[in-house]
Design a protein around this ligand. Structure first.
Ligand code: PMV
Length: 329
């Protein structure tokens, strides 16, 4: 038996990934930037065991759905082929945050799985190799491998499409104040969403000038310029949601509270508070702020009718191995 355990944080994209150039390899159409979410994590244990006849996948101590188990098995197949193994695996994964509603649970899940599965299979991958592997499970997972604020170079093939650190966690005290407005599962997952993105006439436009926004975002982070960061992340999020809204069939992730929170964030910024919104494939609103404005931003968000709760996350660390002894279960 070969066992390894790892932990990874989810991430929130500042410049979004939406649409693949090569779907099967998850090579994206544009480069993206994100921040790891500290305090939130997925812990995953992988055990290759000769006595198993099929892969066994448990998530939060429950057997995974057939769909989730298939996706994990296909991913383990990639690791098996890299390591020259045929053994089945037991995968046990545990999340300390709600799945499927705007916190990118698949990013943390596949980042942790990449580390645990490759280590258990006897592979010793470096950071960029791990990031490339994680990308195969879920594109955004490649950004949960390095620490802090991370850039994913789109590249055009497997070898050059991976993420690396742009700024260490302590470089800038950004905080994500996530306003949860719906805890349910998203109806259309991002894998299908990426495929649908081509059906929007706005996608080509979004992709063609994404380099401008990528560079502005990069610069804003390196110079700790909150105003410029707010300007670019809100536009980039609005552009991705405009593509979603104009796909066929349309993908509408927002609800009425999402819109109220957006308006309140714009209002807070006009009053001089550091606050900027960005939204992934769900209705929840990530409000990016800095430590000194955190309490005021949090209080304001809590006062909005329909906001269920606030999850606060500073800039998070890298995916890492955890020592284990014995069986994962
Ligand atoms: O990694 P995926 O396939 O779950 O796609 C993530 C897509 C967004 O979260 C909406 C944007 C992003 O860049 O994370």
């Amino acid at each position: 038996m070969m066992t390894a355990k790892a932990e990874a944080a989810p991430n929130i994209a500042f410049i979004k990934y939406w649409g693949n150039r090569v779907d099967i390899l998850r090579i994206p159409l544009n480069s993206s930037i994100s921040m790891n979410l500290g305090g939130l994590s997925t812990q995953t244990t992988v055990c290759f065991d000769d006595s198993l006849e099929t892969d066994v996948v448990n998530i939060n101590q429950q057997p995974a759905t057939a769909e989730a188990a298939r996706r994990v098995s296909e991913f383990i197949d990639i690791v098996r082929s890299l390591a020259g193994l045929t053994t089945c695996a037991k995968v046990s994964s545990w999340n300390n945050f709600p799945m499927g509603s705007g916190i990118a649970s698949s990013a943390a899940a596949f980042a942790a799985l990449s580390l645990a599965a490759s280590k258990a299979a006897g592979l010793n991958l470096d950071e960029s190799e791990l990031s490339r592997l994680a990308r195969r499970g879920s594109g955004s997972a490649c950004r949960s491998i390095p620490a802090g604020i991370v850039e994913w170079h789109a590249g055009d093939r497997d070898e050059n499409s991976f993420a690396e650190q742009l700024a260490a966690p302590e470089y800038w005290d950004l905080v994500d104040c996530l306003a949860v407005v719906n805890e349910g599962h998203k109806r259309v997952g991002s894998s299908d969403g990426h495929r649908l993105s081509y059906s929007s006439p706005l996608q080509e436009l979004r992709v063609s000038d994404s380099v401008i926004r990528f560079n502005q975002c990069r610069q804003a982070i390196l110079t700790r310029d909150f105003e410029s960061l707010a300007d670019v992340i809100e536009q980039d999020s609005n552009l991705m949601h405009s593509v979603m809204n104009t796909s066929r069939p349309e993908l509408v992730y927002w609800n009425e509270v999402t819109l109220t929170v957006i308006q309140e964030v714009i209002h807070m910024r006009k009053k001089g508070l550091e606050a900027a919104f960005t939204i992934d494939a769900g209705p929840n609103v990530h409000v990016i702020t800095v430590n000194k404005s955190l309490q005021a931003v949090k209080r304001h968000l809590e006062s909005i009718a329909g906001v269920l709760r606030i999850v606060v996350a500073p800039v998070g660390r890298e995916a890492r191995y955890i020592e284990v002894d014995g069986d994962p279960s």
